[in-house]
Design a protein around this ligand. Structure first.
Ligand code: NAD
Length: 289
């Protein structure tokens, strides 16, 4: 079994981006500027946004973080996005999801200017991705593709089972893996909560991408010998031995599944690290275009 080490791969890619930014500074070119918006006080969201801002600092990007109260109205949030749309210094806009229930995620995503849509969630970006046109690809699936590419994993003709059909992970992942690209060129099965024979499908999979949001859901008896396992899940489970009282586990039962897998991502230190990396690459792209 080989670990797909998101820490190591993301460090390498981030260093390349850092050098590119340094070269831009030397040549008096603009440095990328990411504007992040966090609504409310969800602890996981706070951690994600903080780590994105920290990565911006490391790379030499500018960043602006707006922390909005949980009772911020939809109109107030849309107005702030419009301000950022009009600000020529801001290259990328990121609104941390999920949003409080009284705010429409669709309206928020649709309001971000497609040229600043570094999360790749705008219908323009998704449509272009489906057509194989140059665009911003959602960060988590893109980060996974970067990881597969980095390890030189041959995916051509393989059967990839994606578990979960969210707009931000499962659905774009299934599209990317089925495209005529490398990595890609898989035969893809997209499964979800209504899938009846998940275990049988998983047992036929050469590659499993688990994006469910249920701790250790994919167990060793669901996995074929030699399968490639990509674990997107980030779940908090109670752990009295930790100061925080919890620890993070994936959607895959890592300890048992690793015995059968040829490659597997750990949680933490796998897909999450690659997600930030892909977001930063999109922000650099937004600055250059
Ligand atoms: P989501 O809740 O939007 O979607 C979950 C999907 O899982 C749904 O499509 C649902 O149909 C499917 N599902 C639920 N129960 C199922 C079952 N029993 N069998 C098969 N499918 C089932 O979640 P999401 O936003 O796609 O996130 C999934 C997980 O990935 C979460 O743990 C989330 O925290 C994590 N995540 C990680 C990153 C990262 O950077 N590593 C990024 C985004 C999300």
């Amino acid at each position: 079994m080989q670990l797909l080490d998101g820490v190591k791969v993301s460090e390498e890619i981030l260093k390349e981006i850092q050098s590119e930014v340094a070269a831009r500074v030397q040549n008096n070119k603009k440095v990328p500027h990411l504007a992040a918006i966090l609504v409310g006080e969800d602890p996981a969201s706070q951690t994600y946004v903080a780590s994105k801002v920290k990565t911006c600092d490391f790379l030499g990007f500018k960043s602006t973080l707006s922390r909005l109260a949980p009772d911020t109205t939809e109109a107030e949030l849309l107005a702030l996005i419009e301000t950022y749309n009009a600000d020529s210094d801001i290259d990328g806009i990121l609104v941390q999801l999920p949003l409080p229930k009284h705010i429409s995620e669709d309206k928020v995503i649709n309001t971000i200017h497609p040229e600043k849509d570094v999360d790749g969630f705008h219908p323009n970006s998704i449509g272009k991705m489906v057509l194989g046109q140059d665009t911003f690809i959602p960060a988590t699936p893109n980060g996974i593709m970067m990881m597969l590419q980095h390890y030189g994993i041959d995916t051509v003709g393989k059967h990839c089972v994606v578990i979960g059909r969210s707009n931000i992970v499962g659905t774009p992942m299934s599209l990317l893996m089925s495209r005529n690209t490398n990595p890609g060129n898989c035969t893809v099965t997209l499964t979800h909560s209504k899938t009846k024979n998940l275990k049988e499908l998983c047992l036929e999979a050469d590659i499993i991408v688990a994006a469910i949001g249920r701790p250790k859901y994919v167990t060793a008896d669901m996995v074929k010998e030699g399968a490639i396992i990509v674990d997107v899940g980030i779940n908090r489970i109670e752990d009295a031995t930790k100061k925080s009282g919890f620890r993070l586990v994936g959607d895959v039962d890592f300890d048992t599944v690793k015995e059968k897998a040829s490659y597997i991502t750990p949680v933490p230190g796998g897909v999450g690290k690659m997600t930030i990396c892909a977001l930063m690459q999109n922000t650099l792209k937004a600055c250059k275009d």
